[in-house]
Design a protein around this ligand. Structure first.
Ligand SMILES: NC(=O)c1ccc[n+]([C@@H]2O[C@H](COP(=O)([O-])OP(=O)(O)OC[C@H]3O[C@@H](n4cnc5c(N)ncnc54)[C@H](O)[C@@H]3O)[C@@H](O)[C@H]2O)c1
Ligand SMILES: O=C(O)C[C@H](O)C(=O)O
Length: 351
């Protein structure tokens, strides 16, 4: 009885997530078919708090034919465990630097949740000193072993790790701005959840773009564009904006020293990787918010809605009409975002 129930829940959740008709941002799109092309996905940091549930969710994705799970330790166990799930992909674990090349070779999408998470009282930028080096070395290997893969950067501070990756790829001569993504999907997931709760609308129907970056005030949810429309008072919009900006900190404090968001991040990471795979496979109208190279503002990287296609970014979409409150938020976030981007670029070029 319990097994039958569990099976039905898993069947429903995997088909919701993977054959879904809506993205995290909410755009309708096609179903995975039995004849989906071969696609290899590598997860770097796969034995971690995000890595493990993300490995599980990618194993449930019928668009994946090979799943490479890489970490500096612990991946044989995670890979053995996940590999017993009776879905399409073949799962292989790789451990230690000497196996990184094999993990990456042939990858279509590389997801990077490798690096340390925050503890209470820390900002994402406090992770820079450790995570910048990790990201730099992983991206050096990506440039060597799978230079054409789409890179989904989860490691914080995203506002700096994405610029680091771009510089590493430029130095290696492999940079393609269409293929590098900072994963900001969790901000969209949170904005949708919080908005639905406040507006008392069905969360499954909610769309909210979130633009800017992925840290504090650089996270700018555009509730004026949220649908279904709810005409919430200004104080509710301000409270929703603040809660979305502080969503990561809310989890860090609740976990009280045991790390940051892992399960909701794995969900968000799986949604974004699924969108990348659908784009690669030629599914039309796949749109997600992501932190990418951009000319939407004067900043070289910026998160906004992005249309995904066979080569990665097909189109970086503009911001659309903003409320006065959002216009103020946009101006206020630029100095911090600019300095985080510059910090990443400087690090990549001096070390
Ligand atoms: N973008 C987002 O929205 C978002 C959300 C949540 C967390 N994060 C970030 O994701 C990162 C990981 O968080 P977590 O909770 O999974 O941390 P974690 O400590 O639980 O796991 C990190 C994993 O990375 C591995 N790792 C370390 N160095 C590595 C290397 N050189 N190569 C491969 N793997 C390596 C560790 O062994 C560990 O298994 C953090 O930087 C965190 O801030 C980002
Ligand atoms: O808040 C963090 O440090 C992790 C992540 O960026 C999040 O938004 O949950």
């Amino acid at each position: 009885m319990r097994t039958a129930m569990l099976r039905s829940v898993l069947k429903r959740s995997s088909s919701n997530l993977m054959n879904s008709t809506t993205s995290a941002y909410g755009v309708r799109r096609g179903f995975a078919s039995e004849s989906a092309p071969e696609r290899k996905v590598a997860v770097l940091g796969a034995a971690g708090g995000i890595g493990q549930p993300l490995a599980l969710l990618m194993k449930l994705n019928p668009l994946v034919s090979k799943l490479a799970l890489y970490d500096i330790a612990g991946t044989p166990g995670v890979a053995a465990d996940v590999s017993h799930i009776n879905t399409r992909s073949e799962v292989v674990g790789f451990m230690g630097e000497e196996q990184l090349g094999q993990a990456l070779e042939g990858s279509d999408v590389v997801i990077i949740p490798a690096g340390v998470p925050r503890k209470p009282g820390m900002t994402r930028d406090d992770l820079f000193n450790i995570n910048a080096g990790i990201v730099k070395s992983l991206c050096t290997a990506i440039a060597k072993y799978c230079p054409h893969a789409l890179v989904n950067m989860i490691s914080n501070p995203v506002n700096s790790t994405v610029p680091i990756a771009s510089e590493v790829f430029k130095k290696a001569g492999t940079y393609d701005e269409k293929k590098l993504f900072g994963v900001t999907t969790l901000d969209v997931v949170r904005a949708k959840t919080f908005y639905a709760g406040k507006a008392k609308v069905n969360v499954a129907e909610v769309n909210v773009p979130v633009v800017g970056g992925h840290a504090g005030i650089t996270i700018l949810p555009l509730f004026s564009q949220a649908t279904p429309k709810a005409n919430l008072p200004d104080e509710d919009i301000k409270a929703l904006t603040k809660r979305t900006q502080d969503g990561g900190t809310e989890v860090v404090e609740a976990k009280a020293g045991k790390g940051s968001a892992t399960l909701s991040m794995a969900y968000a990471g799986a949604i974004f990787a699924d969108a990348c795979l659908k784009g690669l496979n030629g599914v039309p109208d796949v749109v997600e918010c992501s932190f990418v190279q951009s000319s939407v503002t004067e900043l070289p990287f910026f998160a906004s809605k992005v249309r995904l296609g066979k080569n990665g970014v097909e189109e970086v979409l503009g911001l659309g009409p903003l409320s006065d409150y959002e216009k103020e938020g946009l101006e206020a976030l630029k100095p911090e975002l600019k300095s985080s981007i510059e910090k990443g670029i400087k690090f990549a070029n001096q070390s």
